[in-house]
Design a protein around this ligand. Structure first.
Ligand code: MN3
Length: 198
Protein backbone atom coordinates (compact mmCIF):
# COMPACT_ATOMS: atom_id res chain seq x y z
CA UNK A 1 0.00 0.00 0.00
CA UNK A 2 0.98 3.59 -0.41
CA UNK A 3 0.86 5.88 2.60
CA UNK A 4 -0.51 9.42 2.57
CA UNK A 5 -0.03 12.33 4.93
CA UNK A 6 -2.92 12.25 7.45
CA UNK A 7 -5.12 15.33 7.59
CA UNK A 8 -5.27 17.17 10.90
CA UNK A 9 -8.56 17.55 12.75
CA UNK A 10 -7.72 21.17 13.60
CA UNK A 11 -5.96 24.15 12.04
CA UNK A 12 -2.24 24.88 12.36
CA UNK A 13 -2.89 27.93 14.55
CA UNK A 14 -5.43 26.32 16.87
CA UNK A 15 -2.88 24.91 19.32
CA UNK A 16 -1.41 28.30 20.15
CA UNK A 17 0.04 29.40 22.47
CA UNK A 18 1.17 25.86 23.33
CA UNK A 19 2.42 25.00 19.84
CA UNK A 20 2.77 27.88 17.37
CA UNK A 21 1.24 27.81 13.89
CA UNK A 22 4.57 27.96 12.03
CA UNK A 23 5.94 24.98 13.94
CA UNK A 24 2.75 23.02 13.24
CA UNK A 25 2.83 23.88 9.55
CA UNK A 26 6.47 22.90 9.06
CA UNK A 27 6.16 19.84 11.29
CA UNK A 28 3.12 18.48 9.45
CA UNK A 29 3.55 19.65 5.86
CA UNK A 30 7.35 19.25 5.66
CA UNK A 31 8.62 16.79 8.28
CA UNK A 32 5.70 14.37 8.34
CA UNK A 33 5.29 14.63 4.57
CA UNK A 34 8.99 13.79 4.26
CA UNK A 35 8.70 10.67 6.42
CA UNK A 36 5.63 9.63 4.43
CA UNK A 37 7.36 10.07 1.06
CA UNK A 38 10.50 8.28 2.27
CA UNK A 39 8.44 5.42 3.74
CA UNK A 40 6.76 4.93 0.37
CA UNK A 41 10.15 4.93 -1.35
CA UNK A 42 11.56 2.44 1.20
CA UNK A 43 8.78 -0.12 0.70
CA UNK A 44 8.50 0.20 -3.07
CA UNK A 45 9.16 -3.13 -4.75
CA UNK A 46 9.57 -4.98 -1.44
CA UNK A 47 7.37 -7.40 0.50
CA UNK A 48 6.47 -4.51 2.80
CA UNK A 49 4.42 -2.94 0.02
CA UNK A 50 1.49 -5.21 0.91
CA UNK A 51 1.62 -4.59 4.67
CA UNK A 52 -0.10 -2.01 6.86
CA UNK A 53 2.01 0.20 9.10
CA UNK A 54 1.63 -1.97 12.23
CA UNK A 55 2.74 -5.04 10.28
CA UNK A 56 5.73 -3.13 8.90
CA UNK A 57 6.77 -1.87 12.36
CA UNK A 58 6.27 -5.12 14.27
CA UNK A 59 8.15 -7.14 11.65
CA UNK A 60 10.85 -4.56 11.07
CA UNK A 61 14.39 -5.55 10.21
CA UNK A 62 16.12 -3.10 12.56
CA UNK A 63 19.21 -2.77 10.38
CA UNK A 64 17.06 -1.37 7.55
CA UNK A 65 17.60 2.22 8.64
CA UNK A 66 15.63 3.90 5.84
CA UNK A 67 12.56 1.84 6.69
CA UNK A 68 13.12 2.05 10.45
CA UNK A 69 13.42 5.85 10.47
CA UNK A 70 10.61 6.57 8.05
CA UNK A 71 8.05 3.95 9.07
CA UNK A 72 8.65 5.15 12.63
CA UNK A 73 8.40 8.79 11.60
CA UNK A 74 5.19 8.17 9.68
CA UNK A 75 3.49 6.25 12.50
CA UNK A 76 4.77 8.37 15.41
CA UNK A 77 3.55 11.66 13.94
CA UNK A 78 0.19 10.17 12.94
CA UNK A 79 -0.32 9.16 16.57
CA UNK A 80 0.96 12.51 17.85
CA UNK A 81 -1.56 14.52 15.79
CA UNK A 82 -4.36 12.27 17.02
CA UNK A 83 -3.62 12.69 20.71
CA UNK A 84 -3.43 16.48 20.75
CA UNK A 85 -6.20 19.01 20.18
CA UNK A 86 -6.93 22.59 21.13
CA UNK A 87 -7.60 23.28 24.80
CA UNK A 88 -7.71 19.86 26.39
CA UNK A 89 -10.57 18.77 24.22
CA UNK A 90 -12.14 15.54 25.33
CA UNK A 91 -12.56 13.70 28.54
CA UNK A 92 -10.65 10.84 30.06
CA UNK A 93 -12.68 7.63 30.25
CA UNK A 94 -13.26 5.92 33.60
CA UNK A 95 -11.15 3.03 32.35
CA UNK A 96 -8.16 5.23 31.49
CA UNK A 97 -8.54 7.22 34.69
CA UNK A 98 -8.47 4.11 36.86
CA UNK A 99 -5.61 2.58 34.81
CA UNK A 100 -3.53 5.71 35.40
CA UNK A 101 -4.33 5.68 39.12
CA UNK A 102 -3.57 1.96 39.42
CA UNK A 103 -0.34 2.20 37.44
CA UNK A 104 1.10 5.49 38.71
CA UNK A 105 -0.81 6.30 41.89
CA UNK A 106 -2.33 9.51 40.55
CA UNK A 107 -2.63 11.69 37.48
CA UNK A 108 -0.03 14.04 38.94
CA UNK A 109 2.43 11.17 39.38
CA UNK A 110 1.80 10.10 35.80
CA UNK A 111 2.50 13.63 34.53
CA UNK A 112 5.68 13.80 36.60
CA UNK A 113 6.98 10.43 35.37
CA UNK A 114 6.04 11.17 31.76
CA UNK A 115 7.77 14.57 31.95
CA UNK A 116 10.92 12.94 33.29
CA UNK A 117 10.95 10.44 30.43
CA UNK A 118 10.51 13.24 27.89
CA UNK A 119 13.04 15.52 29.54
CA UNK A 120 15.75 12.92 30.05
CA UNK A 121 15.69 11.66 26.44
CA UNK A 122 19.12 12.80 25.23
CA UNK A 123 18.96 14.25 21.74
CA UNK A 124 15.97 13.43 19.55
CA UNK A 125 13.21 11.00 20.37
CA UNK A 126 9.83 10.35 21.93
CA UNK A 127 8.17 9.74 25.27
CA UNK A 128 5.39 7.14 25.35
CA UNK A 129 2.51 6.00 27.46
CA UNK A 130 1.92 2.33 26.64
CA UNK A 131 -0.82 -0.13 27.35
CA UNK A 132 0.56 -3.51 28.49
CA UNK A 133 -1.08 -6.88 27.93
CA UNK A 134 -1.70 -7.30 31.68
CA UNK A 135 -3.92 -4.21 31.65
CA UNK A 136 -1.49 -1.80 33.28
CA UNK A 137 0.19 1.24 31.75
CA UNK A 138 3.86 2.06 31.47
CA UNK A 139 5.98 5.02 30.45
CA UNK A 140 9.11 4.77 28.34
CA UNK A 141 11.19 6.69 25.84
CA UNK A 142 12.80 5.83 22.52
CA UNK A 143 15.49 7.52 20.44
CA UNK A 144 15.09 9.06 16.99
CA UNK A 145 11.92 7.72 15.29
CA UNK A 146 11.92 4.38 17.07
CA UNK A 147 8.73 3.34 18.85
CA UNK A 148 7.46 0.61 21.19
CA UNK A 149 5.98 -1.47 18.36
CA UNK A 150 9.40 -2.18 16.88
CA UNK A 151 11.03 -5.48 17.88
CA UNK A 152 13.26 -5.59 20.97
CA UNK A 153 13.23 -1.84 21.49
CA UNK A 154 13.21 -2.18 25.28
CA UNK A 155 9.93 -0.32 25.55
CA UNK A 156 7.01 -2.69 25.80
CA UNK A 157 3.31 -2.42 25.13
CA UNK A 158 1.18 -0.54 22.66
CA UNK A 159 1.53 3.26 22.53
CA UNK A 160 -1.62 5.22 23.37
CA UNK A 161 0.07 8.60 23.87
CA UNK A 162 3.30 9.94 22.42
CA UNK A 163 5.24 13.18 22.73
CA UNK A 164 7.71 14.29 20.09
CA UNK A 165 10.79 15.79 21.75
CA UNK A 166 12.78 16.40 18.59
CA UNK A 167 13.88 20.05 18.50
CA UNK A 168 11.86 20.53 15.28
CA UNK A 169 8.73 20.02 17.43
CA UNK A 170 9.35 23.02 19.67
CA UNK A 171 12.50 25.02 18.85
CA UNK A 172 10.87 28.01 17.08
CA UNK A 173 8.77 28.84 20.13
CA UNK A 174 10.68 27.33 23.05
CA UNK A 175 14.33 27.23 21.82
CA UNK A 176 16.22 25.16 24.40
CA UNK A 177 13.36 25.15 26.93
CA UNK A 178 12.17 21.59 26.39
CA UNK A 179 10.66 21.51 29.88
CA UNK A 180 8.28 24.38 29.07
CA UNK A 181 7.20 22.58 25.89
CA UNK A 182 6.56 19.38 27.85
CA UNK A 183 4.55 21.27 30.49
CA UNK A 184 2.49 22.83 27.72
CA UNK A 185 1.79 19.45 26.14
CA UNK A 186 -0.44 18.52 29.09
CA UNK A 187 -2.75 21.40 28.15
CA UNK A 188 -3.42 20.03 24.68
CA UNK A 189 -3.80 16.29 25.23
CA UNK A 190 -6.97 14.93 23.65
CA UNK A 191 -8.01 12.57 26.45
CA UNK A 192 -10.95 11.21 24.48
CA UNK A 193 -8.58 10.05 21.75
CA UNK A 194 -6.12 8.56 24.26
CA UNK A 195 -8.99 6.77 26.05
CA UNK A 196 -10.19 5.32 22.75
CA UNK A 197 -6.74 3.81 22.11
CA UNK A 198 -6.68 1.98 25.45
MN1 MN3 B 1 8.53 15.40 14.72
Amino acid sequence: MSFTLPKLGYSYDSLEPHIDAKTMEIHHSKHHQGYTNNLNAAIQGTENESKDILQILSGLEMTNMALRNNAGGYYNHKLFWEVISPNNKGKMSEKLNSSIENSFGSLENFKSDFSKAALSRFGSGWAWLCSLSNGSLSICSTANQDNPIMPNIGCGGFPILGLDVWEHAYYLNYQNRRKDYIDSFFSIINWTAVSDKL
